[in-house]
Design a protein around this ligand. Structure first.
Ligand code: ADP
Length: 514
């Protein structure tokens, strides 16, 4: 008998990754296709929906063909996609705009205005922090800056909805992607009338919200033949990449917290009811009908380390050695000779503004406590520590929202460094587990689809197929040092907003003069 295999498709910002898994977690095929991110203005970050659809089609066709050649049976296909994208269609389904991605900042002013008014009330209903990333503020931007297009648009949809529309001619959106638009009422699992009125759009301009385990079938026979699939193959609509990544690293049980630092960073955990924060620090997005993911993203994760590498150590930037020892490894080696706490040097890593926990685009990076005794090795260690203090400040917001962490599962580029992982264990004062992870959002999409199709009983079975790579426990002496520094870091971050605003204005003025 042929083995049942599920194909997970992750529609990301730089590429679409398509992988096939069986119920033991073995990978049967893997294909990735990159596409460009267009930036006609520095703050605009767009994608061409047709390029995304083409990448989904070609990677799916190739993976399906590989599975077939290995005698596997494709039991279903499931989707993951980046959150917060939005594009417009006219009444004939023609694309009127490129897709504005999560990284698009053009609606900065609309977000700032909303924060002064009904923003917090909207956040409490929708779970999406008020920020230019969200479709809510992007729609406000279109209404104000492109009134003709705004009037002509009959549909506003995300990239995943566009792909679904092209495959099945239907406008549906899963609760997860919907819950990251800033337009979706978390408790009622429906579009939020008040917010739609504010933005000036009608419910019929949005897709029909469905559960993340919703199944669609019935591909056109020609398309099915191109995709190497049976036309009746079930497609599970799936969820967003963030919430599925939690499944993909095995952080599925109560109190299991996923902590990832790649270019940016995020902390997330699954809870059983919609949970928002009176202080507005965390997001809440849907995973299934009765599971939610709360957490917070930080802007400046690995990008801070990259900055330190390029700006403080340009001399070793290119010293990538043949055994895979990179400039990052050389820097963490140097940092490991500096004592924990970097001799009292703190780094606030807000090089590109910050999202969680304060959602303030004006924040800037700060070295605090510099003396003549500090050198660049201290600075690089304080960068690694500063990123982790920031992650810790998001963890505090989660704990205050009622999460009782029982384990932290770490992933992303930072987890390659033993030193950085140890810094996490010491600052968080907990054991951290580093699972072997590979394309977590794809695995999450495949696992959710297996659940939807009755191939597994429980999402937590994913833990059985993810092996633990390494574990770290806190070192008491280091913990004591960080305990003295943590309150200083947290106070500084809270006390500086007025000065961040002032220096941002100066920087803006200077940049317009040149
Ligand atoms: P992305 O978020 O783009 O997928 P990754 O998860 O690969 O990126 O993370 C990239 C970041 O990981 C880099 O910016 C760097 O800060 C960090 N990183 C990469 N390699 C190492 C390493 N060997 N040691 C420490 N940090 C590393």
């Amino acid at each position: 008998m042929k083995t049942d295999v599920i194909i997970g498709i992750d529609i990301g910002t730089t590429s679409t990754k398509t992988l096939a898994y069986d119920t033991k977690g073995a990978i049967w095929a893997e294909v990735e296709q990159e596409y460009p991110l267009y930036s006609p203005d520095p703050s605009w970050k767009e994608q061409d929906p047709e390029e995304i659809y083409a990448a989904v089609k070609s990677t799916l066709a190739e993976v399906a063909q590989q599975v077939e050649s290995k005698q596997g049976h494709i039991a279903g296909v499931g989707f993951s996609a980046a959150m917060h994208s939005i594009l417009a269609l006219d009444d004939e389904g023609n694309v009127l705009t490129n897709a504005l991605t999560w990284a698009d900042q053009r609606s900065f002013s609309e977000a700032e205005e909303l924060k002064e008014g009904e923003g917090h009330a909207i956040y409490l209903r929708t779970g999406t922090p008020i920020h230019p990333m969200s479709p809510l503020t992007k729609l406000m931007w279109f209404r104000r800056n492109r009134p003709e297009l705004f009037a002509k648009a009959t549909k506003w949809i995300s990239l995943k909805e566009y792909v679904c529309y092209r495959l099945f001619h239907r406008f549906i959106v899963d609760y997860s992607i919907a819950s990251a638009t800033g337009l979706f009422n978390l408790k009622e699992l429906s579009w939020d009338d008040e917010t739609l009125n504010l933005v000036g759009i009608k419910e019929n301009q949005l897709s029909q919200p469905v559960s993340t385990t919703h199944v669609v079938k019935g591909l056109d026979s020609e398309l099915a033949a191109y995709l190497n699939l049976d036309p009746e193959t079930p497609f599970v609509i799936g969820a967003s990449d963030g919430v599925l990544a939690n499944i993909g690293v095995g952080a599925v049980e109560h109190g299991s917290v996923a902590c990832s630092i790649g270019t940016s960073g995020a902390i997330r955990t699954i809870v059983n009811e919609p949970t928002v924060d009176p202080k507005g620090r965390i997001f809440c997005y849907a995973l299934t009908e009765d599971q939610w993911v709360i957490g917070g993203p930080i802007n400046n994760g690995g990008i801070s380390f990259r900055w330190a590498r390029d700006q403080l150590f340009p001399d070793i930037k290119e010293s990538i050695k043949p055994n895979g020892f990179t400039a990052y490894d050389e820097l963490t080696r140097r940092a490991s000779f500096v004592r924990p706490g970097s001799n009292g040097l703190l780094f606030l890593p807000y090089l590109t503004g910050e999202r969680a926990p304060f959602w303030d685009a004006d924040t800037k990076g700060v070295f605090f406590g510099l003396t003549l005794d500090h050198g660049r090795d201290h600075m690089v260690r304080s960068v690694l520590e500063g990123v982790m203090f920031q992650m810790y400040s998001v963890a505090i917001a989660l704990i205050e929202a009622g999460v009782e962490p029982v384990e932290y599962r770490a992933g992303g580029g930072f987890a390659r460094s033993e030193l950085w992982r140890q810094i996490m264990a010491d600052i968080f004062e907990t054991e951290i587990v580093v699972p072997e992870s590979h394309q977590g959002s794809c695995l999450g999409a495949a696992w959710l689809s297996m659940k939807a199709l009755g191939m597994i009983d429980d999402l937590s079975s994913v833990k059985e197929v993810i092996r633990t790579k390494v574990k770290h426990g806190p070192i008491e002496e280091n913990v004591q040092t960080y305990r003295e520094l943590k309150p200083v870091f947290l106070r500084l971050a809270r006390q500086l907003p007025d000065e961040f605003k002032a220096i941002s204005e100066v920087q803006r003025k200077i940049s317009t003069q040149h």
